[in-house]
Design a protein around this ligand. Structure first.
Ligand code: F6R
Length: 253
Protein backbone atom coordinates (compact mmCIF):
# COMPACT_ATOMS: atom_id res chain seq x y z
CA UNK A 1 0.00 0.00 0.00
CA UNK A 2 1.33 3.42 -0.97
CA UNK A 3 0.70 6.58 1.04
CA UNK A 4 1.86 10.01 -0.11
CA UNK A 5 1.75 12.92 2.32
CA UNK A 6 2.40 16.59 1.60
CA UNK A 7 5.33 16.91 3.99
CA UNK A 8 7.53 15.29 6.62
CA UNK A 9 5.33 16.44 9.46
CA UNK A 10 2.23 14.71 8.11
CA UNK A 11 4.29 11.57 7.42
CA UNK A 12 5.46 11.62 11.04
CA UNK A 13 1.92 12.14 12.32
CA UNK A 14 0.63 9.20 10.34
CA UNK A 15 3.45 6.83 11.35
CA UNK A 16 3.05 7.84 15.03
CA UNK A 17 -0.67 7.13 14.78
CA UNK A 18 -0.09 3.65 13.39
CA UNK A 19 2.48 2.95 16.09
CA UNK A 20 0.27 4.19 18.92
CA UNK A 21 -2.74 2.23 17.69
CA UNK A 22 -0.62 -0.90 17.53
CA UNK A 23 0.61 -0.33 21.09
CA UNK A 24 -2.94 0.29 22.33
CA UNK A 25 -4.05 -3.02 20.82
CA UNK A 26 -1.02 -4.91 22.07
CA UNK A 27 0.87 -3.10 24.85
CA UNK A 28 3.64 -5.73 24.86
CA UNK A 29 4.17 -5.48 21.11
CA UNK A 30 7.60 -6.01 19.57
CA UNK A 31 8.76 -3.00 17.60
CA UNK A 32 11.52 -3.22 15.03
CA UNK A 33 13.25 0.14 15.31
CA UNK A 34 15.34 2.00 12.75
CA UNK A 35 17.69 4.97 13.06
CA UNK A 36 18.82 7.67 10.64
CA UNK A 37 17.61 11.11 9.65
CA UNK A 38 14.23 9.85 8.42
CA UNK A 39 13.28 8.53 11.84
CA UNK A 40 14.16 11.65 13.84
CA UNK A 41 10.91 13.56 13.16
CA UNK A 42 8.96 10.32 13.50
CA UNK A 43 10.28 9.68 16.99
CA UNK A 44 9.76 13.34 17.91
CA UNK A 45 6.06 13.18 16.90
CA UNK A 46 5.66 9.79 18.54
CA UNK A 47 7.01 11.09 21.86
CA UNK A 48 4.68 14.07 21.70
CA UNK A 49 1.62 11.95 20.93
CA UNK A 50 2.46 9.32 23.56
CA UNK A 51 2.62 12.09 26.15
CA UNK A 52 -0.57 13.75 24.95
CA UNK A 53 -2.53 10.50 24.90
CA UNK A 54 -0.81 9.12 28.02
CA UNK A 55 0.09 5.87 26.33
CA UNK A 56 2.02 3.37 28.44
CA UNK A 57 5.11 2.10 26.60
CA UNK A 58 6.60 0.27 29.56
CA UNK A 59 5.70 -3.17 28.21
CA UNK A 60 7.03 -2.52 24.73
CA UNK A 61 9.92 -4.61 23.42
CA UNK A 62 12.20 -3.06 20.80
CA UNK A 63 14.81 -4.56 18.53
CA UNK A 64 16.95 -2.22 16.50
CA UNK A 65 17.86 -3.14 12.98
CA UNK A 66 21.54 -2.42 13.10
CA UNK A 67 24.66 -1.13 14.84
CA UNK A 68 28.16 -0.20 13.72
CA UNK A 69 30.87 -2.74 14.45
CA UNK A 70 33.49 -1.39 16.85
CA UNK A 71 31.36 1.29 18.51
CA UNK A 72 30.31 0.82 22.11
CA UNK A 73 26.79 1.71 23.18
CA UNK A 74 28.29 4.82 24.82
CA UNK A 75 29.97 6.07 21.66
CA UNK A 76 28.05 9.22 20.64
CA UNK A 77 27.71 7.98 17.02
CA UNK A 78 26.50 4.50 17.92
CA UNK A 79 22.91 3.65 17.12
CA UNK A 80 22.44 2.82 20.82
CA UNK A 81 23.27 6.46 21.61
CA UNK A 82 20.98 7.62 18.79
CA UNK A 83 18.07 5.63 20.22
CA UNK A 84 18.70 6.93 23.70
CA UNK A 85 18.87 10.51 22.44
CA UNK A 86 15.90 10.44 20.07
CA UNK A 87 13.52 8.03 21.79
CA UNK A 88 14.36 5.94 24.81
CA UNK A 89 15.28 8.64 27.33
CA UNK A 90 12.02 10.53 26.73
CA UNK A 91 9.43 7.90 27.69
CA UNK A 92 8.80 5.28 30.36
CA UNK A 93 10.40 2.35 28.48
CA UNK A 94 11.59 -0.72 30.36
CA UNK A 95 15.31 -0.56 29.52
CA UNK A 96 15.63 -4.34 29.97
CA UNK A 97 13.46 -4.80 26.89
CA UNK A 98 15.30 -2.46 24.51
CA UNK A 99 17.62 -4.52 22.34
CA UNK A 100 20.30 -3.42 19.91
CA UNK A 101 23.06 -5.45 18.31
CA UNK A 102 26.29 -5.12 20.30
CA UNK A 103 28.93 -3.63 17.99
CA UNK A 104 31.63 -4.71 20.41
CA UNK A 105 30.57 -8.33 20.85
CA UNK A 106 33.56 -10.67 21.25
CA UNK A 107 32.20 -13.16 18.76
CA UNK A 108 30.17 -11.25 16.20
CA UNK A 109 28.82 -14.29 14.35
CA UNK A 110 27.59 -15.87 17.56
CA UNK A 111 26.10 -12.58 18.68
CA UNK A 112 24.20 -12.21 15.40
CA UNK A 113 22.76 -15.69 15.77
CA UNK A 114 21.68 -14.94 19.34
CA UNK A 115 20.10 -11.64 18.24
CA UNK A 116 17.91 -13.28 15.57
CA UNK A 117 17.07 -16.06 18.03
CA UNK A 118 16.03 -13.57 20.70
CA UNK A 119 13.66 -11.86 18.23
CA UNK A 120 12.08 -15.23 17.53
CA UNK A 121 11.88 -15.98 21.27
CA UNK A 122 9.66 -12.92 21.61
CA UNK A 123 7.45 -14.26 18.83
CA UNK A 124 8.92 -12.07 16.08
CA UNK A 125 8.56 -8.41 15.22
CA UNK A 126 4.99 -7.09 15.17
CA UNK A 127 5.74 -3.78 13.49
CA UNK A 128 8.97 -3.02 11.65
CA UNK A 129 9.97 0.58 10.96
CA UNK A 130 12.26 0.91 7.97
CA UNK A 131 14.10 3.67 6.20
CA UNK A 132 15.86 3.17 2.89
CA UNK A 133 19.34 4.02 1.69
CA UNK A 134 19.90 5.82 -1.61
CA UNK A 135 21.19 2.49 -2.99
CA UNK A 136 18.10 0.60 -1.84
CA UNK A 137 19.53 -0.90 1.33
CA UNK A 138 17.11 -1.77 4.12
CA UNK A 139 18.67 -2.18 7.52
CA UNK A 140 22.29 -2.36 6.40
CA UNK A 141 21.50 -5.03 3.84
CA UNK A 142 23.43 -3.64 0.92
CA UNK A 143 22.68 -4.45 -2.74
CA UNK A 144 23.43 -8.09 -3.46
CA UNK A 145 22.50 -9.35 0.03
CA UNK A 146 20.71 -12.68 -0.07
CA UNK A 147 16.98 -12.50 0.59
CA UNK A 148 17.48 -15.49 2.92
CA UNK A 149 19.81 -13.57 5.22
CA UNK A 150 19.42 -13.45 8.98
CA UNK A 151 21.27 -11.13 11.34
CA UNK A 152 24.83 -10.83 10.03
CA UNK A 153 27.94 -8.67 9.76
CA UNK A 154 28.12 -6.56 6.63
CA UNK A 155 30.80 -4.46 4.96
CA UNK A 156 29.22 -1.07 4.32
CA UNK A 157 29.33 0.13 0.73
CA UNK A 158 31.30 3.26 -0.10
CA UNK A 159 28.00 4.97 -0.98
CA UNK A 160 26.52 4.20 2.43
CA UNK A 161 29.64 5.40 4.23
CA UNK A 162 29.55 8.65 2.25
CA UNK A 163 25.80 9.08 2.91
CA UNK A 164 26.29 8.48 6.64
CA UNK A 165 29.38 10.65 6.92
CA UNK A 166 27.01 13.57 7.56
CA UNK A 167 26.46 12.13 11.02
CA UNK A 168 30.22 11.90 11.68
CA UNK A 169 32.92 14.56 11.84
CA UNK A 170 34.66 13.21 8.73
CA UNK A 171 34.18 10.29 6.37
CA UNK A 172 37.31 8.55 7.62
CA UNK A 173 35.68 7.58 10.88
CA UNK A 174 32.44 6.07 9.53
CA UNK A 175 32.95 2.43 10.53
CA UNK A 176 33.58 0.04 7.64
CA UNK A 177 31.24 -2.66 8.89
CA UNK A 178 28.02 -3.12 10.79
CA UNK A 179 25.72 -5.74 12.24
CA UNK A 180 22.32 -5.83 10.62
CA UNK A 181 19.18 -7.87 10.90
CA UNK A 182 18.84 -9.83 7.69
CA UNK A 183 16.26 -9.52 4.95
CA UNK A 184 14.50 -12.66 6.12
CA UNK A 185 14.26 -11.21 9.66
CA UNK A 186 12.63 -8.09 8.19
CA UNK A 187 10.27 -10.10 6.01
CA UNK A 188 9.16 -12.13 9.04
CA UNK A 189 7.66 -9.00 10.65
CA UNK A 190 3.87 -8.97 10.79
CA UNK A 191 3.75 -5.46 9.37
CA UNK A 192 6.35 -3.19 7.77
CA UNK A 193 6.28 0.60 7.53
CA UNK A 194 8.81 1.82 4.99
CA UNK A 195 9.31 5.55 5.34
CA UNK A 196 11.15 7.70 2.80
CA UNK A 197 11.22 11.47 2.81
CA UNK A 198 13.06 14.14 0.86
CA UNK A 199 14.23 14.52 -2.71
CA UNK A 200 17.30 12.35 -2.06
CA UNK A 201 14.97 9.32 -1.84
CA UNK A 202 13.00 10.08 -5.02
CA UNK A 203 15.21 8.07 -7.40
CA UNK A 204 15.27 4.92 -5.27
CA UNK A 205 11.50 5.09 -4.73
CA UNK A 206 10.97 5.39 -8.49
CA UNK A 207 13.35 2.42 -8.93
CA UNK A 208 11.27 0.41 -6.46
CA UNK A 209 8.23 0.72 -8.69
CA UNK A 210 10.11 0.35 -11.96
CA UNK A 211 11.93 -2.87 -11.10
CA UNK A 212 10.92 -6.42 -10.39
CA UNK A 213 12.01 -7.98 -7.11
CA UNK A 214 15.80 -8.22 -7.26
CA UNK A 215 18.63 -8.68 -4.76
CA UNK A 216 20.38 -5.81 -6.57
CA UNK A 217 17.81 -3.49 -4.93
CA UNK A 218 17.06 -4.94 -1.47
CA UNK A 219 14.08 -2.61 -1.04
CA UNK A 220 12.21 -4.44 -3.81
CA UNK A 221 11.68 -7.46 -1.53
CA UNK A 222 8.93 -5.47 0.18
CA UNK A 223 6.74 -6.12 -2.87
CA UNK A 224 6.48 -9.65 -1.52
CA UNK A 225 5.55 -8.63 2.01
CA UNK A 226 1.85 -9.24 2.70
CA UNK A 227 1.51 -6.15 4.88
CA UNK A 228 3.99 -3.47 3.87
CA UNK A 229 3.05 0.19 3.77
CA UNK A 230 5.19 2.55 1.70
CA UNK A 231 4.93 6.00 3.27
CA UNK A 232 6.37 8.97 1.36
CA UNK A 233 6.33 12.72 1.40
CA UNK A 234 5.77 14.58 -1.87
CA UNK A 235 9.51 15.09 -2.38
CA UNK A 236 10.30 11.37 -2.15
CA UNK A 237 7.32 10.63 -4.42
CA UNK A 238 8.26 13.25 -6.99
CA UNK A 239 9.68 10.83 -9.58
CA UNK A 240 6.92 8.24 -9.34
CA UNK A 241 5.06 7.67 -12.59
CA UNK A 242 1.43 8.88 -12.63
CA UNK A 243 0.23 5.30 -12.91
CA UNK A 244 1.82 4.56 -9.51
CA UNK A 245 0.67 7.80 -7.86
CA UNK A 246 -2.89 6.96 -8.82
CA UNK A 247 -2.66 3.85 -6.64
CA UNK A 248 -1.78 5.84 -3.51
CA UNK A 249 -4.26 5.44 -0.69
CA UNK A 250 -6.17 8.63 -0.10
CA UNK A 251 -6.61 9.52 3.57
CA UNK A 252 -8.52 12.70 2.84
CA UNK A 253 -11.79 12.76 4.74
C1 F6R B 1 19.13 2.68 10.01
C2 F6R B 1 18.99 1.85 8.83
C3 F6R B 1 19.23 2.39 7.47
C4 F6R B 1 18.56 3.75 7.26
C5 F6R B 1 18.87 4.27 5.86
C6 F6R B 1 18.28 5.64 5.64
O1 F6R B 1 18.86 1.95 11.19
O2 F6R B 1 18.72 0.69 8.96
O3 F6R B 1 18.73 1.49 6.51
O4 F6R B 1 17.18 3.63 7.45
O5 F6R B 1 20.25 4.32 5.67
O6 F6R B 1 18.94 6.55 6.46
P1 F6R B 1 18.43 8.07 6.55
O7 F6R B 1 17.11 8.04 7.18
O8 F6R B 1 19.47 8.74 7.43
O9 F6R B 1 18.41 8.59 5.16
Amino acid sequence: MLFIFPDVSSVADYVSDVLINTIKNKPDMVLGAATGGTMEPIYAHFIQQVRQQQVDVSRLVTFNLDEYVGLSAHHPKSYAAYMHQHLFQHLNFNTAKLYLPDGQAQNLEEHCFEYSTRVQHYGGINLQLLGVGGNGHIGFNEPGTSFDSRCHVVQLSEQTRIDNSRFFAENAIVPASAITMGIQDIMDADEVLLVATGISKSAIMAAYYQNDVTEAIPLTILKRHPSAKIILDEAAASLLPDSVRQCAVSLAT
